[in-house]
Structure formats: C-alpha cells, structure tokens
Design a protein around this ligand. Structure first.
Ligand SMILES: Nc1ncnc2c1ncn2[C@@H]1O[C@H](COP(=O)(O)OP(=O)(O)OP(=O)(O)O)[C@@H](O)[C@H]1O
Length: 241
C-alpha cells in the first residue's frame, strides 16, 4: 500500500544567535508509522520537534500537517488539529491526582463521560490502579507513563515523544514499547530516542540529525549500514569491518 503523508517539513530552519540548530530540514512522516529521530547531543532534535509542535517558530521553511499549512499556527491550535507533544521534562501537575491530570487532557475534547474516559486513559498506560494517587508521589517511571497518557488523552493523530524511556528501568521500557505498538495505526508516532535497542525494536523509519541537518533517513537496516551515521553517531564501529 502506498504511504500517505501525514506531516511534511520543507526547508525548516531555526537559529539561536549564530547557531543554526535546525538547518534546512526536509522531513516526511507517513501516516501510521513509528518514526525515530536520532542523533548526537545538540544535533537539533528537540528544536526540530518544537518547531513541529509550535512551541518554537521557524526562521524559514514550511510545515504541512494532513495537507494544511500549519507553519504559523500557535501550539494550542496544532493540538486541536491532532498534534500532541510530550516533553523531555515532566509536564504533569505534581500536586494533582493521576485522575485529575488525565481529566485535564481528556477535557480538551467535548465529552459526556469524563470519568469513564479518564479511567480508560489511565488503563491504557497501565495506571488504572493509581487514579487516586498524587502524581508527584508516583515513581519516575509511572510519571513518564502518566505524561504519555495525558498526550494520548488528547486523542492525537500524531504523538511526538521526546526521550520517553530516559530514566526508565528495563521492565518499564518493555511496557513502553508494547504501549507504543498498541497505538498503531490510529496514532502516528515520532520519537526522539537515544536507546538504540528501543529504536531498532520500534521504528519503521529513522531520521538521523547531525549539526541541524538530515544526515540520513530510511529503514532501520539502511541506517545501521550507513557509514556516515556510524561515524557520527553509532560509535564509529563499521558493520563491514
Ligand atoms: N533556547 C535556546 N537558546 C539557545 N540555544 C539553544 C536553545 N535551544 C537549543 N539550543 C542549542 O541548539 C542546539 C540544538 O539543541 P537541541 O536541544 O535541539 O538538540 P538535541 O539534538 O535535542 O540534543 P539532546 O540529545 O542533547 O537533547 C544545541 O547546540 C543547543 O545548545
């Protein structure tokens, strides 16, 4: 089946002072895929997804989502169109319960069954037994799951996750990969991820950023075999050597 484009960036550029953090990036995200964004520290990954989500404005370039130009839309309008973004840094309300955190996200869409939808959102990320707990007292892994649950409660067509497995235990990472797989094909996933085991287990396609530019983009096997990627990112160990 031919791939359907959900999001497209053309010539996307953003500088901080004299530094081009994102430098003329062309990028295509297909509907229903898990796409991983990888690259060395400072490569521009977080800046790039911040441009997609509307948290930052580009200096140049264009972003199209589902065929419409969203380049100048504010972040909340992009959320309404179906782009959800969870941050590297926990964005939950630490003083509220799990249920109240999730309800805040659920409420962004009109609903007649707030309690039911909130409970379903919790169950989806494995927090069904924690609804009454204060979010700030959850384990770190559970807080990360709550964050993803809040993103999912927005019923996004595109879920952007920035280093979701950072700080998780191995067991929690297994649960996370199963959760992400269960989202397809309704939700397309763009994932910034440093854990290469997670990337290789989940991603349909991978884009590698380096110094703000796309170094390579393709299927996991192609990326693994790409010498420029190995030199820049995968530790310089050449598969053929
Ligand atoms: N608000 C800002 N002001 C100034 N410089 C910034 C800002 N945000 C990012 N940068 C710089 O832009 C470059 C790209 O940063 P970015 O956080 O996008 O990289 P990254 O690939 O996500 O890195 P990491 O893997 O470490 O999270 C870095 O050199 C960073 O210092």
């Amino acid at each position: 089946m031919a791939a359907v484009t959900l999001l497209e960036a053309r010539g996307l550029t953003r500088s901080f002072g004299g530094l081009r953090a994102v430098d003329h990036v062309d990028f295509t995200l297909n509907s229903g895929e898990i796409h991983a964004l990888i690259g060395p520290n400072g490569a521009g990954k977080t800046t790039f997804v911040s441009l997609l989500s509307g948290r930052l404005q580009p200096d140049a370039g264009q972003i199209r989502f589902d065929g419409a130009d969203v380049t100048r839309l504010p972040a909340h309008a992009r959320v309404a169109q179906g782009i959800a973004y969870t941050f590297q840094i926990t964005s939950i309300y630490a003083g509220l319960t799990v249920a109240d955190n999730l309800a805040l996200a659920v409420q962004r869409h009109p609903t007649r069954d707030l309690a039911g939808e909130t409970a379903r959102a919790a169950a989806r990320v494995g927090l069904g037994d924690h609804l009454g707990q204060v979010a700030g007292l959850l384990s770190y892994g559970h807080q990360r799951l709550l964050e993803i649950g809040m993103g999912l409660a927005l019923r996004p067509r595109l879920l952007i996750l920035d280093e979701p497995t950072q700080g998780l235990a191995n067991k929690e990472i297994e649960g996370f990969t199963a959760l992400i797989r269960s989202l397809l094909p309704e939700t397309t996933v763009l994932l910034i991820e440093h854990n290469m085991d997670v990337v290789m287990a989940l991603a349909d396609r991978i884009t590698v950023l380096n110094f703000g530019k796309v170094l390579a983009s393709g299927a996991p096997a192609e990326i693994r075999a790409n010498r420029a990627v190995q030199d820049a990112y995968l530790g310089g160990h050449h598969a053929a050597d």
